[in-house]
Design a binder for this molecule. Structure first.
Ligand code: AMP
Ligand code: MG
Length: 419
């Protein structure tokens, strides 16, 4: 049998081919409390100013600034308190000469007043108080519209809804939020050597760790997946299962079987279902055989069975596809710089991704490979919060070199209180 020669493409090209596809999820409204992690489908426009009215940022007294002119320690100015309001109440009085309204944080500045004196700046005596410094117009006043004006775009279409966006949506009264729906995802672990997590080990068999790992990666993105039963390396039944999964889901992720082994059936399956293969070889390690195809507006991700390659493939290819389908503005993995803390002598013609531990102690980003790091490694994934991305070439890398890093988790393994 002649093995089909695959032509490796650069990672960048692979990601571009994925996000160029005309495959999108539908728009719909969902409730505010469920909207975290969704992508906004419309611009959100301010329907009123924030603040909505001039308000007090402190507990104190609202006065007319002109009445404070000339105040100093030997010439204290006296004010008479004519009303008392907390946040949420409005004074119906107008502040006249040398008058003041006792006002709490968040309350509307009363008619006539244009400055707020903090309690700490006064000496109180019954229903009067004195001050020893002049106040300017609008001093200690949060002005109407100083943050946002009516008509401003406060959230942009394509933004992923984060807790701050939830606060903005709540501010403007959105109980329902227009979003692009999340894709539905099937995950199929393929391999006749695979056992379920609860099964006893048998000779030649291993437990399916990729399935639960992908489930967890999807959970972190608040995506719902349908985990399929383990699929044996069998062409006919694999075609059936994948065809069914494609009908029911927007994305079908398989692990294993994408290489050129005798029982690697994914290439044949893509052919059989007439999928358009976007690429089947990438100039990267691990996971060079990772294959992405599309058929009937469904993405098919053929991730490698090797756990580290499978993890890397999800981070590099599945995530951008999901963000693209939801029309997020930002879809690409973000690369930061860090100092490599250990030699990595082995040169490779392909870009190498190494599961790694990034730290930010002493306000400086450092990164170190997280242990045994071959493509089949599992344990190193658990000790990683980042992937080092070493460009392909003829040289190795030395401790102290600045390298590119993709952060995969926000938690760290080593810390100091560096606030
Ligand atoms: P494959 O991509 O099918 O050639 O598999 C590559 C390697 O990954 C083999 O050693 C498989 O046994 C292993 N492997 C495949 N699928 C899984 C899985 N779901 N969980 C853990 N290891 C796997
Ligand atoms: Mg296999």
């Amino acid at each position: 049998m002649v093995v089909e020669k695959r032509k490796p493409i650069p990672i960048k090209e692979a990601i571009e081919r994925i996000v160029k596809q005309d495959i999108y999820t539908q728009q719909n409204n969902i409730s505010l409390e469920d909207s975290l992690g969704y992508v906004l489908a419309e611009d959100i426009v301010a329907t009123y100013d924030i603040p909505r009215f001039n308000k007090s940022p402190y507990d104190g007294f609202a006065i007319r600034s002109e009445d404070s002119a000339g105040a100093f320690s030997k010439n204290r100015k006296t004010f008479k308190v004519i009303d008392h309001i907390g946040a949420g109440t409005v004074s119906h009085k107008t502040v006249e000469e040398n008058e003041a309204v006792r006002i709490m944080t968040g309350a509307q500045i009363p008619e006539g007043a244009d400055a707020v004196v903090m309690f700490e700046q006064t000496v109180e005596n019954g229903d009067t108080f004195t001050i020893r410094k002049p106040f300017e117009e609008n001093e200690n006043v949060s002005l109407k519209g100083e943050e946002t004006k009516t008509g401003d775009i406060v959230l942009k279409k394509g933004q992923v809804i984060n807790p701050g966006a939830i606060a903005v949506l709540a501010t403007y009264g959105y109980t329902e939020v227009p979003v692009f729906l999340k894709p539905s995802i099937a995950v199929i672990a393929t391999g006749s050597e695979l056992l379920n997590v609860d099964e006893e080990l048998q000779p030649g068999k291993i437990r399916n760790s990729n399935g639960p790992m992908i489930q967890a990666l999807a959970d972190k993105m608040r995506l719902t997946i349908e985990p399929y039963s383990i699929q044996q390396d069998d062409l006919e039944s694999s075609i059936q299962v994948i065809t069914k999964a494609m009908k029911d889901h927007d994305i079908v992720i398989t692990t294993g079987g994408v290489s050129v082994g005798d029982y690697d059936f994914l290439p044949k399956i893509y052919k059989a279902i007439q999928a358009e293969v976007l690429f089947n070889k990438i100039a990267m390690r691990p996971g060079s055989v990772t294959t992405v195809a599309v058929a009937n507006k469904t993405y098919l991700f053929g991730l490698s069975g090797n756990p580290s390659a499978c993890f890397t493939g999800f981070e590099l290819f599945v995530k951008p596809a999901v963000q693209h389908m939801m029309q997020a503005k930002a879809v690409y993995p973000q690369v930061v710089k860090a100092t490599l803390m250990e030699d990595f002598a082995k040169a490779n013609p392909f870009t190498r991704f190494i599961r790694a531990t990034a730290s930010f102690t002493h306000n400086c980003a450092t990164v170190v490979p997280s242990g045994f790091n071959k493509s089949g490694a599992v344990v190193a994934i658990a000790h990683s919060n980042a992937m080092i991305m070493l460009p392909g070439g003829t040289r190795g890398f030395k401790a102290g070199h600045t390298v590119d890093v993709i952060l995969t988790e926000s938690n760290v393994f080593e810390e100091e209180l560096s606030l």
